[in-house]
Design a protein around this ligand. Structure first.
Ligand code: SF4
Length: 154
């Protein structure tokens, strides 16, 4: 259903999860939107967002509050999480190139390119390590997100 891992191109699944995290980060402790509300404000199908939300719950990044006024909220772990850590978790440990695919590459046991691509992939994640959720919703992104929250269906 979602794109496969392709190097520095994130899967659609990871992007949806990051959108959900950013969207929830501007609730400021007050609101707890539903998955459908998060999906609508982020412009994505609710069914796809539900899968991302489930994965984020398993990672401990967000929680679903039950009862009246219930909905989704970031956990303390989620608020302080490194984006590099989160993207690694969401993307999995797939390589940039499918060296071991259905027809394994004959160079796979001694390929310098493979090692270089692994290093490049790790550098990509490492560049995201210092960023937190709070960093992602600082201006100009945060005010735009707040505007989207304001247009949430009542
Ligand atoms: S040439 Fe190297 S990087 Fe490319 S598929 Fe073969 S082993 Fe992997």
């Amino acid at each position: 259903m979602f794109d496969s891992v392709s190097g520095v191109r994130l899967t659609k699944f990871t992007d949806l999860a990051l959108r959900a995290v950013m969207r929830l980060a501007v609730e400021d402790g007050g609101g707890s939107p539903t998955t459908r509300e998060v999906a609508e404000s982020m412009g994505v199908p609710a069914a796809h967002m539900a899968k991302a939300v489930t994965r984020l719950q398993h990672l401990g990044v967000l929680e679903a509050r039950r009862g009246r006024g219930g909905g989704l909220a970031l956990t303390a772990l989620g608020r302080g999480a490194s984006i590099g850590w989160l993207v690694r978790e969401l993307e999995g440990d797939g390589e940039v190139v499918a060296c071991e695919g259905e027809t394994p590459c004959p160079l796979r046991a001694a390929c310098r390119l493979r090692g270089a691509l692994r290093d490049a992939q790790e550098a990509f994640y490492a560049a995201l390590d210092p960023l937190t959720v709070a960093d992602l919703v600082s201006s100009p992104t945060g005010p735009v997100l707040v505007g989207l929250v304001g247009r949430r269906p009542g």
